[in-house]
Structure formats: C-alpha cells, structure tokens
Design a binder for this molecule. Structure first.
Ligand code: HEC
Ligand code: HEC
Ligand code: HEC
Ligand code: HEC
Ligand code: HEC
Length: 427
C-alpha cells in the first residue's frame, strides 16, 4: 500500500476504529496469545520464514521427531487432553516446548494452532520480565513459569513513541521509521487492513531490557533437571562459568538486512556448527614415528557441544598411503572404547555408575565436552611407515551412538554424524 494513499487509509482506519475492530470481531479470541504466527507473516515475511525453519517452530512432539520420541516415552500422547506426568503434575516439558499450551494448561497440542506452533512469535514477544528459574523456596520454575508475561507485544525498540504520536496523531504509520515495504502498522493501538485482510490491533510495548539480553532466552535455556535432580541441559549455567557479557542474540540472532535474524541455528544447523570450532593440526616426523598435534578450540561462551545431553563430538584421525588407502586410524569403532580423548560428551549415569538415559539418570557421568572457550590439545604417535597424508575430521552427532542405533524410526539425517571441520597434513 503506497503511502500516498495515506489519507484514504486514514479514512478507512477511522471507520474501522469507529466500528471497533477487536480480535474477536476478526475471528480471533480476545487475547494476544491466541494470535497465530500466520498473522504476523502477513507483514513480517522474512522473519516468519526464518522462524518457520527454526527448531522453535518445530519444538513440539508433533514436529520434532527426537523430542516426540522422548515425550511419548516419558509423558504421553501429544494428541490427548488431560495428560499428566508420573508425579501427577502438568507436563513440565510444555512450559518450554509448547509455551502457549502450557499457559492454557492444555495438553492436546493439535487443538489450537498456537499450541502446535511451539515457541511462536507471541510466545517470545509477550515475555515481559524474567524472574529467574529458581523460585523463592529453591524449586525450579521453568520455561514460561520463569517469566511475567504481558497482554501486549514486547519489542526491542517498541512503539511507545510519545512525541511522534503528539505530532502525527493521524498518521497511520504513527511516525514509525520509514519502511520501504509500506506495510501498515498494527502496533499503534488500532487494527489495520492489509491486502484486503483485517489485522487486529496488536499493541506493542518497548522492552529493550528483556529483548536485547539473555533474559529473553534463559527461562527455557538455563538449567533443566530430570526428576532425580540431574541437570540435563545447562547452557545457561555453562554461560555463568564463562562470565561472558556477549549476549545470545549476538550469535543466534545476527543482524541481516537491518533486522535480527530469527533462524536461531544450533545443533541442527550445519552453518552454526562449522563456525563453532577452530580445528588446526600439525604433524612432525620423529624417527619412525609421526607426532600429530590436533588443537580443538571452542569459540562459544557455552560448552561445545551444548544443549541436550546426547549431543556429542567425535574426533577422527586417519593416515593414508600414497595410493589413498587408509593404513591407520585412531578409533576404528567408537572412540569411547578405542580413544577416549577423542570423544566429547556429557554422560549420565545410574546409581551403579553405568550409562543411563536422561529420564532415569540419578547422577552425572563424565563431562568431556569442551568448556566455554577451552582449547584442547590431542597428541598422537603414528607409525610413519608409508604414510603420505594425515587427515583429521571433527564429527558432530545429535544423538549418542546407542540412541542413533536404537531409534531407527528417526529420519536418517538426524541419526547420521555431520563433519563440521577438517584438516590435512601432506607429508
Ligand atoms: C525465541 C524467541 C523469539 C521468537 C520465537 C520470535 N522472536 Fe522476534 N525477536 C526476539 C528477540 C529476542 C528480538 C530482539 C533481537 C535484538 O534486537 O537483539 C526479536 C526481534 C524481532 C523484531 C525486530 C527486528 C529488528 O531487528 O528490527 C521483529 C519484527 C520480530 N522479532 C518479529 C517476530 C515475528 C514475526 C516472529 C514469528 C514469526 C518472531 N519475532 C519470533 C525473539 C523472538
Ligand atoms: C499489518 C502488518 C503487520 C502485522 C500483521 C504484524 N506487524 Fe509487526 N510490525 C509492522 C510494522 C509496520 C512494524 C514497524 C517496522 C519498522 O520499524 O519500520 C512492525 C514492527 C514489529 C516489531 C519490532 C518492534 C521493535 O521494537 O522494533 C515486532 C517485535 C513486531 N512487529 C512483532 C509482530 C508480531 C509478533 C506480529 C504477530 C503477532 C506482528 N508483528 C504482526 C507490521 C505488522
Ligand atoms: C519459551 C521457551 C524458549 C525461549 C524463550 C527461547 N527458546 Fe530456544 N528453544 C526452545 C526449545 C523448546 C527448543 C528446542 C526445540 C526442539 O529441538 O525440540 C529451542 C531451540 C533453540 C535452538 C536450537 C537448538 C537445536 O537443537 O538446534 C537455539 C539455537 C535456541 N533455541 C536459541 C534461543 C535463543 C538465542 C533464545 C533467546 C533469544 C531462545 N532460544 C529463546 C525454547 C525456547
Ligand atoms: C559466540 C557465539 C555464541 C554465543 C554468544 C552463544 N551461542 Fe549458542 N551456539 C553457538 C554455536 C556456534 C552453536 C553450535 C555448536 C554447539 O552446539 O555448541 C551454538 C549452539 C547452541 C544451542 C544448540 C544446542 C543443541 O542442543 O543443539 C543452543 C540451545 C544455544 N546455543 C543457546 C545459546 C544461548 C541460550 C546463549 C546465550 C546464553 C548462546 N547460545 C550464546 C554460538 C553462540
Ligand atoms: C526449561 C525448558 C525445557 C523443559 C522443561 C524441557 N525441555 Fe526439552 N529442550 C529444551 C531446549 C531449550 C531444547 C533445545 C536446546 C537444547 O538442546 O538445549 C530441548 C531439547 C529437547 C530434546 C532434543 C530435541 C532434538 O531435536 O534433538 C528432547 C528429546 C527434549 N528436549 C525432551 C524433553 C522432554 C521429554 C521434556 C519433559 C520431560 C523436556 N524436554 C522439557 C527445553 C526444555
């Protein structure tokens, strides 16, 4: 809609204000929480596309096959109402994985589009204040329970532009910065029309303090324990160790075309993974041996890998002869068995100290991941005879090998390892 038609639109808006467009009049329930991301897509096309491809849009058991596998085992059917956990309580998972369902205390995730959308636009953009994940008594309050939420959208800049409102009260753009797309602004207290579609009023408040800080993420990304008190994901705690002032947004929401990117890549994102590590390698001949030094440097203020406990990294070192035949390798099967220094993982254990799954673990096992900003050196001695080239590869896995082997129902790409860094030394 060109701005030159402003007066026409102002007239239109006047009418709309007079007849009082509300969420319900437009077929929406009367709460901002019930506004689907599809509505936001009308105007925020690029951000919608980025979000839609992210794990936030696929965070429920209806969309994420790895989450679904655990949810169904530990909690129950995502298509049933009234589902309770073993302790008789509302499924805590939904506080983070289906935040709008959690606020409505519902468990049938296909019963409303804002439930099945998972961590959608409104879930994040109504977070008002972060209370922290530890309630006064010491119990954890996770996900949405860690926040006060608002009935208005929260923006990093916001539209409480008092001065512009005084001077441009009738400007439908409300003094919003010039926007080449000429999109009408529904965040100024009135509904608008866009391509013949009625958009309800989506009031916006300024909340730079939350939106531009780690507080926008920590309710869901700080520590989470299983029912035995064993920490499963702990990205936030890892951060405290590194005492970093760099916000999550700097890396996970870089500015692209003047707008914060909402793709929020992590372990599912090949590009983020390539960036996560600096891997260099050096080989020296010493008598009949080759001395290989591999350096792996974690670039993040959180662990590498971070997040879900079953994320892990495997380092593979191989020696080839001049015809390209493999003549030596560090771990022909799995490094956990053959070369423990080449396995970067967060292991969980049962009472007997044996490997355990996240729901049943009663204590932590070994944590061999790279700590925040850690550089680790691995040293190898390889028989030099016939070696023409040394190749090192860093492999990232979403799942422990035991799970990748067991969960045959999962798409292959989630079970396969991904090479995230390579180095070669030619002799
Ligand atoms: C996981 C939380 C989260 C989700 C989901 C989310 N946002 Fe955001 N959004 C943020 C944060 C945090 C910022 C502020 C980034 C900054 O400025 O540092 C932001 C910024 C924005 C901005 C301002 C961009 C700019 O840089 O000017 C727009 C517009 C926006 N979001 C729209 C949306 C829409 C539309 C959706 C759904 C398709 C959405 N957001 C989903 C967290 C989220
Ligand atoms: C009818 C079009 C339209 C729809 C629909 C719409 N917006 Fe916006 N939105 C705008 C315009 C216009 C701006 C101002 C852009 C600018 O700064 O030039 C904006 C800005 C924003 C900002 C940035 C505010 C800031 O602080 O910088 C956020 C966040 C945002 N919208 C979120 C949403 C969410 C979430 C939805 C869905 C619930 C939504 N918008 C639906 C038109 C729309
Ligand atoms: C309402 C809870 C919630 C908030 C707030 C939230 N997230 Fe998430 N986030 C999730 C959930 C749940 C997932 C996992 C979805 C899945 O894999 O099933 C996720 C996934 C991610 C991933 C991808 C992990 C992967 O497996 O690839 C990244 C990166 C991420 N979030 C970053 C952020 C950042 C940065 C912020 C703050 C700007 C943020 N999140 C805010 C709940 C949230
Ligand atoms: C210096 C850049 C940087 C900063 C700052 C950063 N991250 Fe990351 N993050 C990454 C990279 C790169 C990866 C991929 C490698 C990995 O999984 O560790 C990643 C991975 C993740 C994942 C994926 C975990 C999974 O299970 O796949 C989550 C979740 C995440 N980060 C959350 C956060 C949160 C929350 C913050 C702020 C407290 C934050 N990150 C700060 C770069 C960063
Ligand atoms: C405090 C918020 C929170 C709670 C509560 C929570 N999760 Fe998550 N979950 C996350 C986040 C954030 C991620 C993705 C990033 C990461 O790996 O840390 C995730 C990732 C996962 C993954 C990995 C998904 C993938 O794509 O690989 C599984 C499985 C999972 N959660 C299962 C559950 C189950 C089952 C419950 C309930 C018993 C639950 N989660 C409760 C925040 C939460």
């Amino acid at each position: 809609m060109p701005k030159s038609k402003g007066s026409f639109l102002r007239a239109l808006l006047g009418i709309s204000a007079a007849i009082g467009w509300t969420w319900s009049a437009c077929g929406y329930a009367d709460s901002i929480r019930s506004v689907s991301s599809e509505v936001c897509q009308t105007c925020h096309k690029e951000i919608y596309k980025q979000w839609k491809g992210s794990m936030h849009a696929q965070s429920t058991a209806l969309e994420d096959p790895i989450h679904a596998t655990f949810y169904k085992k530990v909690v129950g059917d995502p298509l049933a109402e009234g589902v309770k956990m073993k302790n008789g309580k509302y499924p805590v998972c939904l506080q983070c994985h289906a935040p709008n369902a959690a606020i409505a205390k519902q468990t049938k995730l296909d019963s409303d589009v804002t439930y099945s959308e998972g961590v959608n636009c409104v879930a994040c953009h109504t977070l008002k204040t972060y209370k922290g994940i530890t309630a006064p008594g010491g119990k954890l309050r996770l996900g949405m329970m860690a926040y006060e939420t608002a009935d208005s959208l929260q923006g990093p800049a916001g539209f409480n532009r008092g001065l512009q409102k005084l001077t441009a009260a009738n400007d439908m753009f409300g003094g919003a910065p010039a926007d080449d797309s000429d999109v009408p602004n529904p965040h100024l207290g009135e509904g608008v029309t866009m391509n013949g579609k009625q958009i309800p009023s989506l009031p916006m408040e300024s909340n730079a303090g939350l939106m531009k800080s780690n507080a926008a993420c920590m309710g869901c990304h700080d520590k989470r324990n299983n029912s035995h008190g064993v920490p499963l994901c702990a990205t936030g705690n890892e951060y405290m160790v590194s005492k970093s002032d760099v916000t999550c947004q700097y890396c996970h929401m870089p500015m692209v075309d003047n707008e914060a990117d909402h793709s929020m890549g992590g372990g599912h994102d090949g590009g983020m993974l390539k960036r996560s590590i600096v891997f260099t390698m050096d080989t020296k001949a010493n008598g009949g041996k080759l001395l290989v030094t591999a350096k792996l440097k974690n670039q993040q203020p959180h662990a590498l890998p971070t997040g879900a406990p079953f994320r892990n990294i495997v380092f593979k070192l191989m020696a080839y002869n001049s015809s390209g035949d493999l003549i030596w390798e560090n771990a022909p099967e799995h490094p956990a068995k053959d070369d423990p220094q080449a396995y970067f993982a967060y292991l969980l254990a049962d009472d007997a100290g044996k490997d355990a799954m996240p729901p049943t673990a009663t204590q932590l096992g070994a944590d061999t991941r790279l700590r925040p900003h850690e550089e680790r050196e691995l040293a190898y001695e390889i028989p030099a005879d016939g070696v023409a080239l040394i190749r090192g590869e860093v492999h990232y896995n979403l799942l422990w090998k035991v799970l990748a082997d067991q969960f045959k129902h999962l798409p292959q790409d989630l079970r396969d390892s991904r090479v995230i860094a390579v180095a070669e030394n030619v002799l």
